[in-house]
Write a protein that binds this ligand. Structure first.
Ligand SMILES: *Cc1c(COP(=O)(O)O)cnc(C)c1O
Length: 376
């Protein structure tokens, strides 16, 4: 475990469950990303972890922000990020939320449909707009599927329509899926975008921006390539398809920027078996699907879990959360082992939980409060 987080936990013994986030580590990761992916401007995807301390720190470092709602816009503005540094990246916006953003100075908006363009033309006239295209998301542990984006052919028509409606057809975006483990995915997507640039230039629409989305990983179980390798793959794809006529590039990291900087400390509430001869013990923690670990849905994200202070031989376990909902099982099919001498009351640590945990916690299902975050 990260020394700074270990010291904080030892000195403060906070109530569990809680998420502890190391701000210095996020700052360092931000710097690494900027260094290796120097062709791109970073827009932090606020939904990954909207703690005001994180937003304020990144704003001080000059980051831009990908926001999805009026509350995220207000959060950024209140924490030092001016409207010029915000991108309203959600393709599904209420008309009054577009007006809210535009009133506060936001001038960059995503869309992927004709209906959304019409709303934008009414409430954000003249704004820069970019069209999100569908990509396969193959190789992603948390795919974003067909909910977002349209085909490149349709995107071309919509970008024409954007101009006809008095908007500024500015660029194209995609997202290859979150926790994307296949570095080749960016090459396919960038290739499709470059083709669109060429086709649109023939009809006098000169796009100026490519938004390559998120998708870089955090360190869960299983090995991943380094940020440097991801940055190299993306940079190579961009120069392969755009040569030396590189447009403005936007990258929107969420998970990779904050994931590894967080640790959830939890406590064992109960250890039991079912009397049915099953060889796995059940370990119930005070954190589960409804108070921070939503991404264990379908056992998609496989966190590293440790029981510090116990050294007994590892035994297979089923790990579950504290609520009275049978969906609140974290890992049943995936093989997990915890020390055989684990006892009720022991602390259990869930690593790389800085992204998509606190922001996914329910308001109080079964009376369990949302996950408390300490930014240190
Ligand atoms: C969620 C999201 C991101 C962040 O994705 P990660 O895989 O967490 O890096 C980036 N862009 C958009 C539009 C998103 O919705």
């Amino acid at each position: 475990m990260n020394n700074k987080i270990a010291r904080f936990l030892a000195e403060n013994s906070p109530e569990t469950p809680c998420l502890v986030v190391d701000l210095d580590l996020i700052a360092e990761t931000y710097d690494v990303l900027c260094r290796y992916l120097s062709v791109a401007s970073v827009y932090y995807a606020v939904k990954a972890n909207p703690a005001p301390e994180i937003v304020a720190m990144l704003a001080r470092k000059g980051s831009n922000f990908d926001v999805a709602s009026p509350a995220e816009i207000a959060l950024c503005l209140d924490n030092g990020a001016p409207a010029e540094r915000l991108s309203f990246g959600n393709t599904i916006k209420k008309e009054k939320d577009i007006a809210f953003a535009h009133d506060r100075g936001v001038r960059l908006f995503a869309f992927d449909s004709a209906g959304e363009l019409e709303k934008l033309a009414r409430k954000a006239p003249g704004a820069r707009v970019f069209c999100r295209i569908l990509v396969s998301c193959e190789g992603a542990d948390w795919p974003l599927s067909r909910k977002f984006g349209c085909t490149p052919e349709m995107a071309i028509n919509l970008l024409h329509k954007a101009r006809d409606l008095g908007l500024d057809p500015y660029g194209v975006s995609f997202h290859v899926g979150s926790q994307q483990t296949d570095l080749g995915q960016w090459d396919h997507a960038v290739g499709a975008v470059a083709q669109m640039f060429t086709l649109l230039a023939e009809t006098d629409i000169n796009l100026r921006m490519v938004n390559i989305g998120g998708g870089f990983p955090a360190q869960y179980r299983g090995s991943i390539a380094s940020i440097e390798q991801y940055a190299q793959a993306v940079t190579a794809a961009l120069s392969r398809h755009f040569g030396n006529r590189l447009p403005e590039i936007i990258v929107e990291p969420g998970r990779s920027l904050v994931g590894d900087a967080g640790l959830i400390q939890s406590e064992v509430i109960l250890i039991s078996d079912k009397g049915d001869g099953g060889d796995k013990r059940w370990v119930y923690l005070d954190v589960g699907k409804f108070n921070g670990l939503a991404e264990t849905m379908d056992e998609s994200i496989k966190y590293r879990i440790e029981a510090p202070g116990r050294s007994g031989a590892p035994r297979p376990v089923i790990i579950a959360g504290p609520t009275c909902d049978s969906a609140d099982i974290l890992y049943e099919r995936t093989e997990y082992r915890l020390p055989g001498d684990l006892e009720v009351g022991d602390k259990v640590e869930i690593l790389s939980t800085g992204a998509y945990t606190a922001s996914y916690a329910s308001v109080g299902f079964n009376g369990f409060p949302p996950l408390r975050t300490y930014c240190i």
